[in-house]
Write a protein that binds this ligand. Structure first.
Ligand SMILES: O=C(O)CCC(=O)C(=O)O
Ligand SMILES: [Fe+2]
Length: 207
């Protein structure tokens, strides 16, 4: 099976398709650098996670601005979560909104509209036995402007085995995560139905 890119929006101009292809290229480059930073050859993560047959999903989010009529000034666009994927690459039309938890505090992830924000996600944390942390993040609403974000999710293949690499496991660092396939991982997080629904959409679109 070839890699599949799912775009939820009708995209006659293929702008989002091209955007997705570029994001995939950028993500692959990042994963190669991460492989090397972990002391492996550059294609290590690509091969281990069988990325040729993993999904890439572009999941746009539209956030309204903070309601002027609400007394709650901390309205949330997305509740705190970690993404059950390898990496997330995010572009946005206005800065501000994405926040990450660091040392117990919520910090604004201030990246400009001409940059791409990169979130390390769950499967990198598992592979490195917790050396690289999956970022806990949330989205706050902007006070005055609407925001559109375009997260591009990199997922392992459903049958790839995700487990801490032996390099990160020893007597002092026992494995903190159980070995399982990515499909089992999604099932254990009650997330499998999400990818199954997306896969069905892709298959219907390809018919
Ligand atoms: O809108 C953002 O900046 C982040 C979106 C996000 O975390 C997600 O869709 O999982
Ligand atoms: Fe997220």
């Amino acid at each position: 099976m070839h890699q599949q890119i799912l775009v939820f929006i009708y995209d006659e101009s293929r702008v989002l398709q091209e955007y997705s292809e570029r994001m995939r290229e950028m993500g692959i480059q990042l994963l190669r650098r991460i492989s090397k930073s972990l002391g492996h050859e550059e294609c290590y993560i690509e091969k281990k996670m069988k990325l040729e047959s993993g999904y890439n999903i572009l999941g746009p989010n539209f956030y309204q601005s903070l309601s002027r009529c609400s007394d709650d000034k901390n309205q949330i666009g997305q509740f705190p979560h970690q993404d059950p994927v390898l990496l997330v690459l995010i572009a946005q039309n206005v800065g501000g909104g994405l926040q990450i938890k660091h040392q117990g505090k919520w910090l604004n992830a201030d990246f400009s509209t001409s940059s791409i924000g990169v979130l390390v996600a769950d499967n990198i944390e598992i592979l490195t036995n917790g050396k690289y942390k999956s970022l806990l993040h949330r989205v706050a609403l902007n006070t005055t402007v609407e925001r559109l974000s375009l997260p591009f999710f990199f997922e392992p293949s459903l049958d790839a085995t995700v487990k801490p690499e032996p390099k990160f496991v020893d007597d002092r660092n026992p494995p903190s995560y159980r070995q399982m396939t990515y499909k089992e991982y999604l099932e254990s997080n009650s997330q499998y139905h999400v990818i199954e629904a997306k896969a069905n959409l892709i298959n219907e679109a390809l018919l």
